[in-house]
Design a protein around this ligand. Structure first.
Ligand code: ADP
Ligand code: MG
Length: 305
């Protein structure tokens, strides 16, 4: 059986009387997964995370972490096994990374100075460890925030939109780091984002939330798996109208144009080569072929209107 590191049941919460901000949320985060909590801005991701960590008081329902119900008695024991990076980390700008880590380590039990070096190494900040934080980029600050959350060697790390505001390099660094942590130490990672591409590239599992409700929860692989269903392909060509008529002559079904891009459906990947060959033979130039995956379609259909 799959062990769950986070499990919520019938979780409800409202900031005010006339609105349900979280409705009957049932989160299931398997041990060892990288779980992507995906939803548009304002859908309730940060609120859910605060509820999981006991930072907000739920109206009803249960939260279990590591198979243990989260309550006043279990709180400290459970939170010892969790590292969290929510909002921007609060760092001492005039101090360096080592001193920031030392201060955070003082709030916890049994953190060796060796561990401080280890977490710096993990987040690739060893070289910059003596620099003052005010000289750090946002990406470096986020990584130091992550290092702080790693001090106590957590089994679960919760990251609320960790790539928000980062430049492309920072985003890739954070993504690589998350995957490495999961792979090397088996750490379960719960990560929220409003960007599908982010979740798709990083996660093994996904939960899609909108208006405080969980719309879908499954493995990313099963979502991407197109067995049994047609593959949607988008093709950019120099002459889209000509492309449509060429493909219609092939007796292909479901051909359309969207923003001058050919939209077709094929049964398997081999058919994509056939289509390319036919278009090329007819002298049509192909600039780009994109497979539209189910996850993207699903996310759009679930979160539109
Ligand atoms: N402190 C707050 N007081 C009142 N309403 C809030 C507060 N924080 C968030 N909300 C509302 O709760 C809903 C969910 O917000 P949030 O959890 O921040 O979404 P997300 O993190 O997915 O962007 C939104 O409608 C938001 O306006
Ligand atoms: Mg948020």
């Amino acid at each position: 059986m799959n062990e769950l590191v986070v499990e919520t049941k019938n979780l409800n919460f409202s900031y005010s009387k006339n609105k349900n901000d979280i409705q009957d949320l049932e989160l299931k985060v398997p041990k060892g997964s990288i779980y992507g909590f995906l939803g548009p801005n304002g859908s309730g991701k940060s609120t859910s995370i605060r509820l999981i960590l006991g930072l907000l008081k739920k109206n009803s329902g249960t939260v279990a972490l590591f198979g243990e119900l989260f309550n006043e008695q279990s709180r400290l024991n459970v939170l010892n096994k969790v590292g969290a990076l929510i909002e921007n980390p609060s760092l001492y700008e005039h101090l360096n990374a080592i001193d920031n880590l030392k201060i955070s380590a003082n709030y916890r039990q049994n953190i060796s100075s060796n561990r401080i070096q280890e977490v710096l190494e993990t987040v690739n900040l060893t070289k910059a460890k003596n620099k003052k934080i005010k000289e750090y980029s946002l990406g470096m600050k986020q990584r130091l925030g992550l290092a702080i959350s790693l001090l106590s060697n957590p089994e679960l790390i919760i990251l609320d939109e960790p790539t928000n505001g980062l430049d492309p390099k920072g985003i890739i660094e954070m993504r690589t780091l998350i995957k490495d942590l999961n792979k090397k130490f088996g750490t379960t990672i719960f990560i929220s984002s409003h960007l599908l591409s982010e979740i798709e590239k990083t996660c093994t599992h996904v939960g899609i939330i909108r208006n405080g409700k969980m719309l879908y929860q499954d493995t990313v692989a099963s979502l991407k798996d197109s067995k049994g269903t047609n593959i949607k392909v988008e093709i950019e060509v120099d002459n889209p109208n000509e492309g449509v008529s060429v493909l219609k002559n092939l007796k292909m079904e479901n051909i359309s144009l969207l923003d001058d891009l050919l939209q077709i459906e094929v049964k398997n990947k081999n058919e994509i080569t056939d289509v390319i060959d036919v278009l090329r033979t007819e002298g049509i130039h192909i600039y780009q072929v994109t497979i539209k995956n189910n996850l993207e379609e699903l996310f759009l259909s679930l979160t539109e209107n």
